[in-house]
Write a protein that binds this ligand. Structure first.
Ligand code: ZN
Length: 212
């Protein structure tokens, strides 16, 4: 059991805001392998709407400290959590964008979405100088289709608007749409495309076996 009994602040998916949560119990799962971190699961409820939630965190600095960072909610499922791996450089900006969205910081969200795109460009086209150039090269090299280029260009444009002090307004809807499309782009590039390659390779291998 964790020592923490005081209420903590976490994001409530029903209230769509940071709220005070009461902890009803927690369980620490000891890392099974030598280098595995301990993991803690905590059953909590929102003090505003009573929604029960299961939060999760990993022991990176030692439990029992005052730093409570239950960013990950396992139930109700956080739709922004990716179930596939993305490069660290992209992950950093993507997670920052989610934090901004949850804080309802629309301008910061679109800027972080643009930063995530920049990281994607650097991952696919190392040495790329600008997002504009990176996206163009990704299209030329066949990493993204025309549709994906168009979506990315829109996110880049919105991010640029957010990065500069102008009278153009960015709404929370713009920010949510922007993050939705970024999430789809990441899914296509880092999840569906590699999976499709595997499916194709398996079929081709079967055909070779059948022919021989
Ligand atoms: Zn709530």
């Amino acid at each position: 059991m964790s020592n923490q009994t005081n209420p903590i602040i976490a994001y409530c998916s029903y209230c769509q805001d940071k709220k005070m949560f009461s902890i009803h119990g927690s369980y620490i799962h000891k890392g099974a392998k030598k280098n595995d971190n301990d993991k803690e699961y905590a059953l909590m409820s929102c003090t505003s709407c009573d929604l029960p939630s299961l939060f999760y965190r990993e022991d990176l600095w030692g439990f029992g400290t005052d730093i409570w960072d239950y960013d990950m909610c396992l139930f109700p499922k956080d739709e922004r959590i990716l179930t596939f791996q993305i490069p660290e450089i992209v992950k950093e900006s993507y997670e920052e964008a989610i934090k901004c969205e949850k804080a309802k910081a629309a301008i910061a969200t679109v800027v972080m979405v643009r930063r995530s795109l920049e990281a994607v460009c650097k991952d696919f086209v190392p040495g790329t100088k600008t997002v504009f150039d990176g996206l163009k090269q990704m299209k030329e090299n066949g990493f993204i289709s025309g549709d994906l280029l168009e979506w990315s260009e829109e996110l880049r444009f919105l991010g640029n608007q957010g990065a500069h002090a102008t009278d153009k307004k960015i709404s929370i809807n713009d920010a949510q749409d922007s993050l939705d499309f970024l999430q789809s782009i990441l899914e296509i590039l880092y999840h569906l495309r590699p999976r499709f390659k595997d499916i194709k390779a398996r079929r081709e291998n079967k055909e070779i076996v059948n022919l021989s």
